[in-house]
Design a protein around this ligand. Sequence first.
Ligand code: ZN
Length: 221
Amino acid sequence: MYQHRNQHGDLIALPVGKVVCVGRNYLDHIRELNNDVPDEPLLFMKPAGALCDVSEPLHIPVGQGPCHNELEVAVLIGKRLTKADTTAAAEGIHSVGLALDLTLRDVQSQLKAKGQPWERAKAFDRACPVSGFVAREEIDQLNDLAFSLIVNTALRQQGNTNMMMRDTLSLLCAISEVFTLEPGDIVLTGTPKGVGPLEAGDTLTLNMPPWLNIQTRVGYK
Ligand code: ZN
């Protein structure tokens, strides 16, 4: 069973909750998929069952077309947030890590074309591998966090939270207008450009220097 851990592997004493995800928060990624710029945050959720530890081999669903990487900064919530202002949102952040918002791209495109919800493409079991989380106090600049994904030997995604159209605190405020965020919930803050298919046997390196440098691989199906 998945449990939250810090970057050293120690358990974090928070329950495991839902994952709230933000779509289209980086302009370069909106452009690569020819999507429109949203006037309010595009939100969707993954259930707790989608969570798993990113350092364990990743599982990709069989026979459903390409499964894309979307590397995102993940925020672990420590205090309940309902209609939060930025001060409350800042106090509500327990820690920060990285997540993969695994996405069955063809399934998502078909759902989008029919105007249907995205859960079949994004909320399946193990669709949300997450890293260990770094305590908020250890991170000086939440809005200047660099992160990257290397697949095999090629740099596939490189982002910085300073490229977000809405920063982390305004996202938490906007989300908590709609859903109460509970301690133990995780918020995924969107992906920069560089999404692409993952194949069985691929080796992935997730970086958020100087805190996280994680190697993992895509397990055989
Ligand atoms: Zn995403």
